[in-house]
Structures are given as C-alpha cells and as structure tokens.
Design a protein around this ligand. Structure first.
Ligand code: NAD
Ligand code: TDX
Length: 356
C-alpha cells in the first residue's frame, strides 16, 4: 500500500485530469495536489475553480519543459510562485511523492491532421516525466488507452487483455503506445516505480466538444444536426469518468509496481445506438442526424476485459447505468453552455474541412 501525500497531476485541467482532481479533493482529504497543465485548446483553468485553494497548486506549463518539472519536484516553484506562474502554496506543503500522468494530445481526428504535437507531448513529455521520476525516486502512474491494442472485429467474442499485442492504428494511438513502451523500459532498466492503466472510452462532464458524446449533445443544443461517421456500426466500450478515477486511485495506491491494468465497465455499444439514445433522451426524432465521412483507418471495436484489476485490487465500476449517466452528462452540458459554446464554432469548422 502506497499512501501519497502530494501528487503531481499532469494534464489536470483537461477532461479526465480535472475529474480526477475533483475526485481526489473529495475522496482523499489528506492529499495535496499540484497540477501541471499547458492549457492547450483542451485544457481550462476554470475546470478546477471549485477545488479548495488550500489543496491545490496550479502551474501553467509544459511537461516537455524538463527544467520546470525539476523545479516543481525540488519545491522551488512553490517558493518562487511568480517565476513559474504557480498559484497558491504554503511553506508546510509536503514534497511531491507521486506523478499521475494524464497530459496528452488526446484526439484521433486532430492527430490525422497533424501528428507533431502528439509525438512531442505524448512521447517526449512522458520521457521527461520518467526521467524526473527516476532522478527523484518517485512513484509514477501513466494513464493510457485501449487504442494501443488496435481494434477488434465487430462479431468476435474476444476482448482486450493486458497481454493483447500492441497494434495501434492512428498517429494518436501510436504515440500513446510509444509512451507505454517508455514507461515499461524505465521500470525494467532503471527500476522506476511505474504502473500503467489502459482505459476504454470515458464520458462525463468537462469533455471537449470535439469528442463523440459532447459533440452530439451540444450539436442538438445548438440546433445543428448530429454527425455520425460512416454507418455508425463501430463499437466503443463506455465507462463513466468517475469509475476511471477510482480505478486510477486503486492502481496508484495498491497496484503492483511494473504492472499494467486494463480499466473498463462492460459498456459496449455501437455509435449509432449511442446517438439514438442521445436523440431520444433529448426529445429528437431517431433519424435527425447526418451520416458523414468515416475516419481514415477508423477502429471498428474496442472491448475491455477488466478482470485483472477486479481480481487483484477489488476495483469495480459503480456507475454502470449508461442511460442514467448519459442523462447526467446531457444535463451538465445543458447547464454549462458558457463552458462549451466558445469552443463550438471552431471545432465544427475544423470538422467541416475534414468532411466530418
Ligand atoms: P484532454 O485532451 O481532455 O486533456 C488533456 C490535458 O492535457 C489538457 O488539459 C491539456 O491542456 C493538457 N496538455 C496537453 N499537452 C500538454 C503539455 N505538453 N504539457 C502539459 N499539459 C498538456 O484529454 P483526456 O480525454 O482528459 O485524456 C487524458 C488522458 O487519458 C490522456 O493521456 C488520454 O490518452 C487518456 N485516455 C483518455 C480516454 C478518453 O476517453 N478520453 C480514454 C483512455 C485514456
Ligand atoms: O462526430 C463524431 N461522430 C462519430 O461518429 C465523432 C467526433 C466521432 N464519431 C465516432 C468515431 C469513433 O468511432 O465515434 C467514436 C468515438 O469517437 P471519439 O469520441 O473521437 O473517441 P475515440 O476515437 O474512440 O477515442 C477516445 O477513446 C480513447 C478518446 O478520444 C481517446 O483519447 C481515448 O484514448
């Protein structure tokens, strides 16, 4: 059992990172949090506004900046907040003893347009953090994706397991696969106390409007017809972001060092079925959407066998009523128009140029 006192959360202003920070602030009252986030188009400082300031230090910066990462780990940024745009800090703050690494370029369609930031952040950035963990003897947990395993056929019974071969399809998933390999190599070669989780598709609040569920929900709210890639037969294995957060905490504190854990909630559904659920729950006719170009090389099906994390760590998803989760997510976007509206037009414009 590892009991962190102060965690460095990279990418904590993004979708899953912000949900994780809220989860830790709520569930782990003794843990101090420093967030390091570059605030790209996908990150918003306001996502963390409601986290008590005595629990959180926010640092606006890049994980590829090895000097800045070193400063954070030696505590210098806390003493010299202005230099590194670090907010809040107290003299009594314990040193960082673990890194929880979410920061990434995360969207497949963007990676098809330009892979450059994906290779930099997802690969170089992970390397910088591994080196920092090595120098300081820190625990590090790397958040990854089921996409590193490529895809499954729509009609086969098989699911991904921790021993599935790596076979990424997109520049995004290839960059995440590379980062997983670095983490394993740094554990094996240097003894870095690392773990990896590969999770399926998350849904919930704070997800960027470029992603499937928020895009369709905000399209309907904005009076735009939802857009379905191809026939919509592709299958994703949906998990509530809350359940992903509890799994990460279980692995960080109780996972075996050097191990990989797959995280999923048996939530397989075709895209067209998810879209029809959204339409019906938002009072729209079942055919009120457009078919658009499929993603080049788009993965057919993801499915997770999460028996290892259940067996070893006793973790189980709790938010498994997908319809109820979808209703909560729809309500969140309905109630937070000022959060998503500023991103909507540019996102749709980019999609239009891609034929999506
Ligand atoms: P996101 O795009 O919503 O957020 C990414 C965050 O990282 C943003 O706040 C962004 O500003 C920050 N960031 C990007 N580049 C950075 C850099 N160089 N330095 C510091 N910060 C930087 O992504 P997400 O959906 O929350 O995904 C988080 C992690 O979870 C990623 O590693 C992703 O691969 C993984 N993952 C996501 C899903 C999913 O369904 N969204 C599923 C499995 C795994
Ligand atoms: O408008 C759309 N219409 C549509 O049919 C969009 C944006 C997507 N799709 C399809 C493509 C996929 O089959 O929906 C599916 C889900 O698409 P995304 O939300 O882009 O997710 P995906 O490509 O599956 O990747 C997600 O899960 C794994 C995250 O974005 C990744 O960060 C994570 O690693």
């Amino acid at each position: 059992m590892f009991a962190p006192h102060h965690i460095l959360v990279t990418g904590g202003a993004g979708f899953i990172g912000a949900n994780f920070v809220h989860w830790v602030a709520r569930e782990q009252p003794d843990v101090r949090i420093t967030v390091l986030d570059k605030l790209t188009y996908a990150g918003k400082r306001e996502n963390l506004d409601s986290v008590p300031t005595d629990r959180l230090t926010f640092v606006h910066g890049d994980i590829c900046d090895a000097g800045l990462v070193e400063t954070l780990l030696t505590g210098a940024a806390e003493r010299d907040g202005a230099t590194h745009a670090a907010e809040a800090a107290t003299a009594a703050t314990p040193p960082i003893d673990a890194i929880v690494h979410f920061a990434a370029e995360s969207h497949n369609d963007n990676s098809i347009l330009d892979a450059t930031p994906f290779l930099r952040t997802n690969i170089d950035g992970t390397y910088v953090l591994l080196e920092a963990a090595r120098r300081h003897g820190l625990r590090i947990h790397h958040i990854s994706t089921d996409e590193v395993y490529g895809d499954l056929a729509l009609d086969e019974p098989r699911k991904f397991t921790e021993t599935s071969p790596y076979k990424p399809s997109s520049p995004y998933s290839a960059s995440k696969a590379a980062s997983d390999h670095l983490v394993r190599a740094w554990h094996r070669t240097y003894g870095v106390r690392a773990t990896i989780s590969n999770c399926s598709n998350n849904y919930g609040p704070y997800q960027h409007v470029e992603k499937f569920i928020p895009r369709q929900v905000t399209n309907i709210l904005a009076g735009i017809r939802p857009k379905l890639y191809g026939t919509g037969a592709a299958v994703r294995d949906w998990i509530s972001v809350e359940d992903h957060c509890s799994a990460i905490w279980a692995i960080l504190t109780r996972g075996r060092i050097g191990e990989t854990y797959l995280v999923g909630a048996d939530g397989e559904m075709s895209n067209i079925d998810v879209l029809r659920m959204i339409l019906s729950r938002m009072g729209r006719p079942a055919d009120d959407f457009d078919h658009v170009d499929d993603r080049p090389g788009g993965d057919k099906r993801y499915a997770i066998d999460a028996s290892k994390i259940t067996r070893e760590l006793g973790w189980r998803p709790r938010h498994t009523d997908f319809a109820a989760g979808l209703d909560e997510t729809i309500a969140w976007y309905r109630d937070h128009e000022s959060w998503w509206l500023p991103d909507k037009q540019a996102t749709e414009e980019k999609y239009r140029k891609q034929g999506h």
